[in-house]
Design a protein around this ligand. Structure first.
Ligand code: AMP
Length: 376
């Protein structure tokens, strides 16, 4: 057990790392952050910021020596760096879990091996695989690069074998999958924490809406039958267990055919669709990450009230600084900004949570608060 007062290490310093750092500091830990970016949202608030590449061995050695345990916060963290850090201290999640979720093909096969369904897919390793993959999957389909895709990047719609070839080439002949595009009833996600002793606690299921591949809103509780929510929670727990995962993680699902669950992807870290927990749950997803990392008992995930989360992307800055005062005219609106200085289109700058008596009311109020940000 690593008790408050000790130093925790963080590989990666984006907004997820910043919120982890805030949770750790609240509990009395020090946090040392390794991130090459001098403006790193977590690096700026940690007690130390090691500005070095994620593969820089001297910096990793320093991180592993200063910290009693290390966690990470971004999907494409080099697994080799986690393996290297393990010589010095516990690393949670470990390189195995991170590697598994870094490759869509490996990840989907893993989900299927646990008896869970995914959308139908075929691997494409060379351009010559495109025609057969398309013949087997049919239209409509999506081609997705197996690695280094997030927020809809490295994806293209495919209506013909020729489309598949064109997209495969455009992405640089990288290993990919061709996936059936399924008619979605809904997208949902489960965030859970698994402690060092194997205890699992799941947060309430979030109902998610994406715009251009990027999460736009989450509503909790998801407006789905309790039995479906329970099945999603169990499926996510099955995956965490099978990975021997320690920490906070998320599983995204598609709901199809009026109640069938398809695993879309897993994230070996806290997740954007779990940001609602910051204001709406007894314990939030970042505190769970701290507790799991430190080997402490996990906290209560009870939902205090229905909630909606709306993301704030850099696009909102197009006509100048958003009107924060206007968003906060609704006293229930909780503003979270990540301390990023450059508001680029599509960049996640912050989010707003609103708690209300019903999920519908929370969503309406959160959308209205965001709308007011840019109303002249
Ligand atoms: P992903 O990066 O795989 O999570 O995809 C980003 C978003 O694209 C998802 O959240 C869905 O909204 C959509 N999407 C991805 N794959 C599929 C699919 N097989 N069928 C329908 N929609 C999809």
């Amino acid at each position: 057990m690593i008790l408050p007062g000790a130093t925790l290490g963080l590989l990666g310093g984006g907004q997820l790392g910043r919120m982890f750092t805030q949770a750790a500091q609240r509990m009395g830990y020090e946090v040392v952050v390794l991130d090459p970016d001098p403006a790193s949202p977590a690096g700026r608030i940690g007690s130390r910021h090691l500005r070095a590449a994620y593969t820089d061995e001297p910096a990793l050695r320093e991180l592993g020596t200063i910290a009693r345990a290390v966690t990470t916060e971004f999907e494409n963290v080099p697994a080799g760096s986690l393996t290297f850090l393990r010589q010095f201290c516990p690393v949670r999640p470990g390189p195995e879990a991170v590697t598994l979720t870094q490759d869509r093909l490996v990840e989907k096969r893993f989900a299927r091996a646990q008896g869970l369904a995914t959308a139908d897919f075929r691997p494409i390793t060379a351009v010559g695989d495109c025609a057969r993959a398309f013949a087997e999957i049919g239209a409509p389909a999506l081609i997705k690069t197996a690695q280094l895709g997030y927020d809809g990047k490295g994806q293209a719609a495919v209506e013909s074998a020729a489309d598949a070839v064109e997209a495969f080439r455009r992405f640089g002949d990288r290993p990919s999958i061709l996936e059936a595009r399924v008619p979605l009833d809904l997208e949902i996600s489960v965030v859970l924490a698994r402690g060092a002793d194997g205890t699992i606690v799941t947060f309430p299921v979030a109902e998610n809406r994406h715009v251009q591949g990027i999460l736009d809103t989450s509503v909790v509780p998801a407006r789905i039958p309790d039995t479906l929510a329970a099945r999603a929670g169990e499926a996510a727990a099955t995956l965490a267990e099978a990975m021997d995962y320690v920490g906070t993680m998320a599983v995204e699902f598609f709901v199809v055919d009026g109640g069938r669950l398809l695993v879309n992807e897993m994230a070996p870290r806290p997740h954007n669709s779990g940001h609602y927990t910051l204001d709406a749950c007894a314990t939030d997803q970042f505190e769970q990450q701290v507790r799991a990392l430190a080997g402490l008992p996990l906290g209560d995930t009870t939902l205090l009230q229905p909630v909606a989360m709306v993301n704030l992307l850099g696009d909102l800055w197009a006509a100048g600084e958003p009107r924060w005062d206007r968003a906060l005219m609704d006293p229930r609106a909780q503003l979270h900004l990540y301390g990023k200085t450059e508001p680029r289109p599509g960049r996640k700058m912050g989010h707003i949570n609103v708690l209300a008596p019903t999920a519908d009311a929370a969503l309406a109020a959160a959308l209205a608060a965001r709308e007011r940000l840019t109303t002249p």
